[in-house]
Design a protein around this ligand. Structure first.
Ligand code: TTJ
Length: 672
């Protein structure tokens, strides 16, 4: 054994001091040791761990399923510490058939040497002295000792049995415990272990403590195991469930770390650039990592961590990141000219719209505050995160101008939407006659007050609106005519759309509020049916309406309340017979005409607009639940419509002719 190895295996004097200090405090009322009786050390151990068994909540928060799973992390965290120190590469977690847990790492192993001051192996101290967990190991970032970080002794105290094997240089050191008491003092086993070196801890939680359940959830463990793999790049961490007939096992290792985490969170979403931006740096012993990406979505998804602990309540690192992001993007926007001099700056919320980001820092001495102790309090973390992130991120923006441009555009769009929503809100408030119970004049409401059966038809044009009113079922169907002309401008900005009287009527009729105050449970209709002409203008109005719903009434889209009516394209009558046969496409028309008897004299009518149908035809083909076909709008469709409008609104407005061409294309793309 080299000196270096020796040093790794031993506690420093300072560390021994700490452990002994603990022991001294707990040794009040020390007894002399007698043969066969408890010796003094054992008494102090009993006192310490008895306290844990008496009030487990004090040490692990709760004895529910959550507390049960917490035991696993108390042990796993020790292996992660060894990995963070650079000595372990693989950690495995196994749920055994009897719901006991085995955790293995391939690190240097818990020290087994006899401490001079206690006369006992360090291994024993680790599992029997309260709080010993985070106090040794020297330097590095300890995950154990973090949020709860009460250490392995607490797990030991709350387990009916716990056994540990330390494998070093061909030797297997073994020891076991029951409810925290030493059962087998440390011995060297003759048999070999399943690993070449490392630590194997196996424990079975005590049902007397975990009265609610002692059954582990594979899914809970898997989710956290995967997260730990994301948070510690290069670390392999596996999870196995041996309870099923066929054991299941998954193994995670991400060289990209949190960068891959961001991609994982964005799976299936459209992103602004191919790979997340990744930033890593260190300032004053604080390691900072940030990964970020933008989706075309509007949701902000920011997760922050300190020493692998999810800081749900945020804290200084989060503040540092947010202010750096806002500052860098605004600076760039001004420098690049995307924001003109004197233009309103982007707010934090503007620049975070659609952002997915992970901020993960490692701090040598984290202070957790807040209601659930998940808010980082260290003020040095704010600056470390701000500086590390802003330096690299502003360089990244400079070096990748096309990506930077898209990030700024996204923020400016969010700002536009925010400002127009604000204006529209003010307008809606000012508008008289929009109080509750005072419905807009254009609306022909239905008589039922039951939203479940109530349908709102938004109909293009006054004449079609008239037919719809005549043909509707008054009990269940309300009609709101929208004049196409107003909406159908190539350069329709949302401002103008929202300034439209009929659109404001729509918000009032829905009764579910506006923007941030939107409440889907207050919706007066559970079906909102867009009924427009089957031409380019109709498609345009439909797209604008979808965008409107997507941006301002999004919960309606997500709830599946938005539909598109499907009027037929043709009506065919046969000579003497007045009855009409409705047809939806050119192919269908051809098929229909071909199979007619040769003496038939079909009269084909093409419905260019809804207005060309009689009210009873419109009702029969497009409104009557017995015959109509409705297309339910998928949130993805609305998102696509929204993107099209973005494109039309952003930057140079294409001439109207060009617009119509584009328009015709996307209507097909949208498949609606
Ligand atoms: C301490 O400093 C000297 C070299 O070994 C260091 C150490 O504690 N290593 C260590 C502990 N590796 N693995 C552990 C460990 C692993 C598990 C799964 C559980 C516990 C309690 C400790």
């Amino acid at each position: 054994m080299t000196d270096r190895d020796n040093a790794e295996q031993s506690f420093t004097e300072e560390e021994e001091e700490l452990i002994t200090d603990d022991a001294v405090i707990q040794q009040a009322g020390r007894m002399d040791s007698d043969a066969g009786e408890y010796n003094a050390d054992q008494i102090q151990v009993l006192e310490g761990l008895e306290a844990v068994r008496k009030r487990p909540g004090m040490y692990i928060g709760t004895t529910t399923a959550q507390g049960l799973h917490h035991l696993v992390w108390e042990i796993v965290d020790n292996g992660i510490d060894e990995a963070l120190a650079g000595f372990a590469t693989h950690i495995s977690v196994t749920i055994e058939k009897d719901n006991s847990i085995t955790v293995i790492d391939d690190g240097r192993g818990i020290p087994v040497d006899i401490q001079t001051k206690t006369g006992k192996p360090a291994l024993e101290t680790v599992f029997t002295i309260l709080h010993a967990g985070g106090k040794f190991g020297g330097g590095g970032y300890k995950v154990s000792g973090g949020l709860h970080g009460v250490g392995a002794s607490v797990v030991n105290a709350l387990s009916t049995n716990l056994d540990v094997k330390v494998v070093r240089e061909g030797k297997v050191y073994y020891m076991d415990f029951a409810t925290g008491r030493v059962k087998t003092p440390m011995t060297v086993l003759s048999e070999s272990a399943p690993i070449e070196r490392g630590t194997i801890v196996h424990f079975k939680p005590d049902p007397d403590i975990f009265q609610e359940t002692t059954v582990f959830s594979y899914k809970t463990l898997l989710t956290r195991v995967r997260e730990l793999a994301f948070l510690n790049k290069g670390l392999r961490i596996s999870i196995t469930d041996k309870r099923p007939e066929e054991p299941v096992s998954e193994s995670f290792c991400y060289q990209g770390g949190i960068k891959e985490y961001v991609s994982y969170l964005d799976e299936g979403k459209e992103t602004l650039f191919p790979e997340p931006v990744y930033v890593e740096g260190e300032e004053k012993d604080i390691v900072v990592e940030v990964a970020l990406q933008y989706t075309t979505d509007i949701k902000e998804n920011l997760r922050t961590f300190t020493n692998n602990i999810n800081t749900y309540e945020g804290g200084t690192h989060e503040t540092g990141f947010k202010s750096a992001l806002t500052r860098v993007i605004n600076d760039y926007a001004h420098k690049s000219g995307q924001l003109k001099d004197g233009a309103e700056s982007l707010t934090g919320e503007d620049v975070r719209e659609g952002m997915t980001a992970i901020v993960s820092i490692k701090h040598p001495d984290p202070q957790f505050e807040g209601q659930t102790k998940t808010k980082l309090g260290n003020s040095d973390a704010r600056q470390a995160t701000d500086r590390t992130f802003s330096e690299t991120f502003s360089r990244f923006m400079m070096e990748n101008p096309s990506v930077a441009k898209r990030i700024v555009e996204k923020g400016i769009l969010a700002q536009k939407v925010r400002l127009s929503a604000k204006r529209a809100r003010e307008m809606t408030r000012k508008q008289s006659g929009l109080e509750i119970g005072n419905l807009p004049g254009k609306l022909a409401d239905n008589t039922s007050k039951d939203p479940e059966i109530s349908e709102l038809f938004i109909v293009e044009g006054d004449s079609a609106g008239g037919s719809a009113k005549q043909g509707r079922n008054r009990l269940t169907q309300a009609i709101l005519p929208i004049r196409g002309k107003i909406l159908n401008v190539g350069k329709a900005s949302l401002d103008r759309v929202l300034a439209n009287e009929e659109i404001r009527s729509l918000f009032t009729a829905m009764g579910s509020g506006f923007g941030n105050d939107f409440d889907v449970t207050k919706a007066n209709y559970h079906k909102v049916i867009i009924m427009t002409d089957a031409d380019v203008d109709g498609a345009h109005i439909r797209t604008l309406l979808l965008t409107l719903f997507y941006r301002y009434m999004r919960p309606l889209v997500d709830a599946g309340y938005i539909y598109i009516a499907q009027p037929p394209l043709y009506g065919v009558s046969l000579g003497n017979n007045k009855e009409l046969h409705y047809i939806d496409s050119d192919e269908e028309l051809e098929d229909y005409l071909v199979q007619l008897p040769s003496n038939a004299k079909p009269k084909v009518q093409r419905y260019k607009g809804l207005g060309e149908m009689d009210y009873d035809q419109l009702a029969d083909t497009t409104m009557d639940p017995a015959h109509r076909r409705l297309l339910r709008v998928d949130p993805a469709d609305a998102q696509e419509a929204d993107a099209v409008i973005d494109m039309l609104m952003g930057g140079d407005v294409p001439p109207r002719r060009q617009f119509i061409e584009d328009n015709a294309v996307f209507v097909e793309d949208l498949d609606i």
